[in-house]
Design a protein around this ligand. Sequence first.
Ligand code: DHB
Ligand code: FE
Length: 280
Amino acid sequence: MARITAGVSTSHVPAIGAALDLGKTAEPYWAPLFNGYEFSKRWMAQNTPDVVFLVYNDHATALGLDVIPTFAIGCADEYAPADEGWGPRPVPVVKGHPELAAHIAQSVIQQDFDLTLINRMDVDHGLTVPLSLMFGQPQAWPCKVIPFAVNVVQYPPPSGMRCYQLGKAIRRAIDSFDQNLNVQIWGTGGMSHQLQGPRAGLINKEFDSRFLDRIVTEPDELAKVPHIDYVREAGSEGIELVMWLIMRGALDAQVKQVHRFYHVPASNTAVGHLILENAR
Ligand code: DHB
Ligand code: FE
């Protein structure tokens, strides 16, 4: 059977991808950030999964603003890095797992969560920056990836509770897949940041720190936080954090925290990162 062995959460920022691609990771501005992922890359080398179920958000890059699915699962064979205005990032094509994706779609939709199916899509920094942070700069990504896109860009986003419950449905789906696969679930985006308006540049370390505590120890309570609290406390783009609750919902009630990292700022964003293991 397939099983979820671990969850990874990490922020994304396009400038992190640019720093990597342009060889700037040792510069004083960037070194403290990339140092926080050194442990992660070593852990990942020893715990490389067969498949990553990667919860992220597209930034009106591939999906655009014409049609906006709340939850969309990638069922394609592969996904090319998107051109976000500066040309596509020089990173490998992302290989999918259509068979597992189709099984998850079938199971989760029959559990009453309506998903959009995506059979062709490019993937933007929301997906490629977390891959780069966790795997470095390989010739090919070392595992398959199922992109799972959540609308946190155009109002209204899904609630934290909806995301948390969806994570539980995804867990049941993966547990019932009849192939021996080591699957990780990643929840990406966040932490506090606001890119627009009078509060642009907002960062809230207290909120972020409490979120990092609570997602590990009391996710049931954290899931009750309403949308407006994220926007007030963590900024308009801080709402990306609800995607972490999909990851958390898919993990055991009790998890082992093997890594926690927080750094302020990267571009306009507070960067948070966790590695959580399920019991073996
Ligand atoms: C930044 C952060 C984001 O989440 C994003 O999607 C784009 C830019 C930033 O901090 O620059
Ligand atoms: Fe973003």
